[in-house]
Design a protein around this ligand. Structure first.
Ligand code: AMP
Ligand code: GLY
Length: 423
């Protein structure tokens, strides 16, 4: 099977690594990829949102399967574009069409969807410039902190959590006034949920599903969960507090109603669903849906799967997921993200990375890296995810921190407390 994977982060290196181990693979392309994916695949210099370019590549290279890593091409309708072209009738696409991708692409759509299908989530009110006064009244009725979300994709920056109602009202005005561009023309105000966050990953064909595991991500840049939000500074899997009873609630109250809800709404869905959850006193609530895998969660979830990933994707395509075996490794995985100093605000690129081959017992997944003149250079804010297995969480963390200590580049920064809250 000839496969094209879109994206170029740590998530894509982890997916490419797993796909490259599949018996079903004959050739793997990654667009655009990074220095890490070039070790297991052929990189192609192409943007994932260049649909015409993707369509040409699929034709030229006789691609059988397209795996979409990031959300933008899905939300912008890459599946719809390729299907409508009439040129790719036998192409398997891992990722939903535009209608399903609205679960991530529009917070308001996702909230209405959950309400319609009885899926537990925070109380909310959608606000535009037309009902701004109603929005301000809603803010005044809520107990702080107050949660404001830009409706559309805002590169992870569209959520504000504010303590002071007057500041929240001011921010609401700024968002509706264009602070986040088009993404903020509609805003969802939400009740604040108190609890611990975790994520659960599912692959579905729109009828059957496989739960691929749970992970906890560390989003803030600073130790002790302080400082600015990032794409994710580390992750662990499984999540110790997500016990069998909790997981059953996630499946019964969220996974099944989500898939049945999509069907009831006439929305076909083949791809990943990433449930961003809050554990509120033992009960799961949905904070957000994503229609892709997480980064760096993929770097801990995918290596735990005892499955040939391409066969699993084929089962998704054929509608035979239910019969397909997919067990999880019963150990732990921890990933530590090495970032460029100054991330997520401003940081340098182009620094030489050394020590990549000196790590032991680790998978070294590249994120923002590039290969130039025989050297691997930093090329983004999040640079390398070091992922390790252990029989315990402590062991997995120890191995990842040992590995992280071997890798050097100018300005390298990482959190030293990944997983410490759970030990
Ligand atoms: P989102 O982009 O929807 O994942 O939101 C970003 C972050 O804001 C989440 O990871 C949570 O930490 C936080 N958050 C979002 N919605 C809520 C909520 N209703 N209650 C508490 N925290 C929230
Ligand atoms: N790590 C969070 C995300 O991928 O959205």
């Amino acid at each position: 099977m000839r496969v094209l994977l879109l994206g170029g982060g740590g998530r894509e290196h982890a997916l490419a690594w797993k796909i490259s181990r599949s018996k079903r693979l004959t050739k793997l392309f990654v667009a655009p990829g990074n220095a890490g994916t070039s070790e297991v695949a052929t990189n192609v210099n192409l943007r994932p949102t260049d649909f015409e370019g993707v369509s040409h590549l699929v034709e030229r290279e006789a691609i059988d399967m397209l795996v979409v890593g990031p959300e933008e091409p899905l939300v912008e309708g890459i599946r719809d574009y390729l299907e409508a072209s009439g040129k790719h009738s036998s192409l398997t696409i891992v990722g939903p069409g535009r209608a399903g991708a609205a679960l991530e692409g529009s917070k308001e759509f996702a909230k209405h969807f959950m309400t319609r299908h009885g899926i537990p989530t925070a109380a909310y009110l959608p606000v535009t410039r037309e009902n701004l006064a109603e929005g301000i009244a809603f803010l005044q009725r809520q107990r702080p902190p107050l949660v404001l979300k830009a409706d559309g994709l805002a590169a992870g920056k569209g959520v504000l959590i504010v303590d002071d109602p007057a500041e929240a009202a001011r921010e609401l005005g700024l968002m509706l006034g264009g602070k986040f561009g088009k993404a903020g023309e509609r805003v969802v105000i939400e009740e604040f949920l108190r609890g611990i966050e975790l994520s659960v990953f599912v692959l579905t064909d729109g009828r059957d599903y496989k739960i691929l595991g749970a992970a906890k991500d560390y989003k803030r840049v600073g130790e002790g969960d302080t400082g600015l939000n990032t794409g994710g500074m580390g992750a662990i899997s499984p999540v110790p507090f997500a016990d069998a009873a909790f997981n059953r609630k996630v499946e019964e109250r969220i996974v099944i109603p989500t898939i049945e809800g999509l069907r009831a709404d006439g929305i076909p869905y083949k791809g990943f669903i990433f449930l961003g959850l809050m554990n509120v006193g033992g009960d799961p609530f949905v904070i957000e849906y994503n229609v892709r895998m997480g980064d760096p969660e993929t770097e801990v979830v995918i290596p735990r799967l005892n499955v040939d990933l391409l066969s699993l994707f084929e089962a998704m395509e054929k509608g035979t997921l239910r019969e397909h075996d997919c067990t999880l490794d019963d150990g732990y995985r921890a990933a530590v993200m090495l970032t460029a100093g100054g991330y997520p605000v401003s940081y340098e690129k182009g620094h030489k990375i050394s020590g990549l081959k000196e790590t032991r017992e680790c998978l070294v997944f590249h994120a923002g890296t590039t290969f130039r003149n025989g050297a691997v250079l930093t090329n983004g804010g999040r640079v390398i995810a070091v992922s390790s297995r252990g029989n315990t969480l402590e062991e997995a963390l120890q191995r990842s921190y040992d590995g992280a200590g071997k890798i050097h580049f100018k300005g390298v920064y990482y959190r030293h407390d990944i997983g410490c809250d759970l030990k």
